[in-house]
Structures are given as C-alpha cells and as structure tokens.
Design a protein around this ligand. Structure first.
Ligand code: ATP
Length: 308
C-alpha cells in the first residue's frame, strides 16, 4: 500500500546558508498517528513546509500518497490539511464563510462545503460562533477554528505544526481528544511537537529530530524500553550484609537509606523484591516506581534536553 507520506534523503539549505535538513528519511503509513519530536530549530517546520509545498527542497524528495510534492504539487497538496504554527486567517470574513471559501480553493462544491463546514464547526464546538470574524474569537477558539478549517476539503492527511504550543492545559486536552477521534475515524495525522507528553500520549510512532537529522524512530513504548529511567527506589531502615545478599543479581546502588534498582517493567518484580528484602530482615519504609520518558530517550541520544 502506498504510504501517506514518504520522505527520501531530504536536504534543505536556506538562501542565507543555514542547513536545516541533512538527509531525512521517513515513511508514514496510511492511518498512523505520527509525531516529529524535536527542539526549536531542529528542522520540523522545514520538513512540514516541504511536504506541503511551501518550501523547496535542496535535495531528495517527498511523496504524498504517491504524488511528488514538487512535480505533482496540486495532487499532493489537496490530500493534506495543514494547521500551520502561525494563525494565518483572513480576518475580515465570518469563520463559516472562510471555511466555505477554503473548500472552494480545493474544488469542493458549495453545497458539500456548507454541510461539511456545519459539521466541523459543530465538532469543534464553534457552531455558536459561525457568523463571527476570527479576530473576535478567543485564542483557544482560533486554534480550534484553524484545525476545523484545515479539514474542510476532507483531506486524507492532517498535518499540524506545534498544534498546542502556547495553549493552556484544558485546551491542550481538548485538542488531544479531537485529534485522537479524527485518527480513529481514519485520518492519518502528522504533528510536530516539542512537548514530550504530547508525543507519548498521542503518537503510534515518533521520530526524534535534532539539528536536521532523524536520531531515532519507533513507538514511544519501544523507544522508552531499555532506558535507565525504569526502576524502583526503596527506602529501608538499615543496610546490612543480608540486604546486600538479598539483592544479588540486580543492578542496584544504595545511598542515604535508599536502594535504587534499575529494572525494566519494575511493577512486575515489586512484590518479589520486597519479599526478599523483608526476609533478609530489612524494614521497608517506602517504595517508588519510576518509568523512562521520551525525555530520557532524547537526553540519551542527543546529550541535551529538548528545551535546551
Ligand atoms: P521551531 O519549533 O522553533 O519552529 P523547527 O524544528 O520547526 O523549530 P525550523 O523552523 O525548520 O525548525 O528551522 C530549522 C533551521 O532553519 C533553523 O536554524 C532556522 O533558523 C532555519 N530557518 C528556518 N526557516 C528559514 C528561512 N526561511 N530562512 C533561513 N533560515 C531558516
């Protein structure tokens, strides 16, 4: 089956000389919820820009459902709904009208456009605002409108560039649930983000991008497995030779009354370890389970945090 998006050896050098992409390869299958995770300046927006035909690649190619984004621009572009990082509305028309106009650019008949607009405004909780101009919407409503508008020509693929940057927690959760629903209904979704939690929560698969290169890719679960963040921290009353013996075979250290054991899926071994410690005469006072995050993966692979 032809992939939703295929990116092959993509390079981009901007006119000023900045090299934004240094040979990116990615394949996003139809139906996937895919995340491009990376810090500011990593090359995410450039990748989206090329995929949507706004930026010219310097080398390599991108295909959208088999159509080359440069030589078959019209065929590829109409399959994508884009919610860009910046809000770029025509501020002087009511939002309903703007959506119908946008549908028109893509050749959607006016009657169909009206029905779809009504449905999307309803879905995004904006029906009551349909005759309002974008500048009269709250910040959160503008974001919702932007996504609703990107869907009006019923594209197979929805691309969102940092959809929840700068939005409050409540709206972020609301957007997450809209996006999950759209994906479940069959849309391929690609988003860029520098929010680790967003990538972990939403994405089937994530590619980590840094300095114009893909560092790694896989499901969040796969990327997080085997990181050193998985483990148990157990507080005991006193450390003896017997306690040390009880933990033989584990990767552990003991400092200030806390035993730190590195172990994948720590919850599965918790009871066993507590029993061993108790049998060895230790009094267990506290137990904490920790799990790796994509932040740990990012740190491990790039040597710096995502917000640095
Ligand atoms: P952010 O999350 O901050 O948008 P990003 O990962 O999307 O970051 P890009 O916007 O793709 O990163 O930028 C990658 C690099 O290319 C940066 O060094 C940026 O300064 C540079 N760049 C982006 N657009 C242009 C442009 N139009 N002209 C020159 N350089 C650019």
């Amino acid at each position: 089956m032809v992939p939703a998006v295929e990116i092959h050896d993509l390079h981009k050098q901007y006119a000023g000389g900045v090299v934004a992409l240094k040979g990116i390869n990615l394949t996003v299958p139809v139906g996937e919820f895919f995340g491009l995770l990376g810090p500011n300046g990593a090359g995410k927006t450039t990748t989206i820009g090329i995929t949507t035909g706004l930026v010219r690649p310097s080398g390599g190619f991108v295909k959208v459902l088999g159509y080359d984004v440069v030589s078959q621009y019209r065929q590829s572009r109409r399959r994508i709904g884009l919610a860009a990082q910046e809000l770029n509305f025509d501020w002087f028309f009511p939002i309903e009208e703007l959506m119908i106009l946008q549908a028109g650019y893509y050749g959607v008949p006016r009657k169909v456009a009206r029905q779809r607009t009504a449905h999307l405004l309803e879905l995004f909780g904006l029906s009551g605002k349909r005759r309002v101009k974008p500048r009269e919407l709250s910040g959160g409503m503008k974001r919702r409108f932007q996504i609703a508008r990107s869907l009006v020509h019923d594209p197979e693929i929805l691309i969102l560039d940092e959809p929840t940057a700068g939005v409050d927690v409540e709206l972020r959760r609301m957007l997450w649930s809209y996006l999950t629903q759209l994906n479940q209904e069959g849309k391929t979704i690609i988003l860029t983000t520098h929010y680790i939690e967003e990538a972990e929560k939403l994405c089937d698969r994530v590619a980590i991008i840094d300095h114009g290169r893909i560092i790694t890719e896989g499901s969040p679960q796969k990327l997080m497995a085997g990181q050193n963040g998985d483990g148990l921290t157990i507080t005991i009353d006193s450390w003896t030779e017997q306690t040390a013996r009880a933990l033989e075979g584990y990767d552990f250290n003991f400092t200030d009354g806390h035993i730190r054991i590195l172990i994948p899926q720590p919850e599965l071994r918790l009871t066993e370890i507590i029993n061993q410690l108790t049998s060895a005469g230790a009094l267990v006072q506290d137990v904490a389970i920790s799990h790796s995050t994509l932040e740990d993966v990012f740190m491990e692979l790039t040597g710096h945090g995502i917000d640095e």
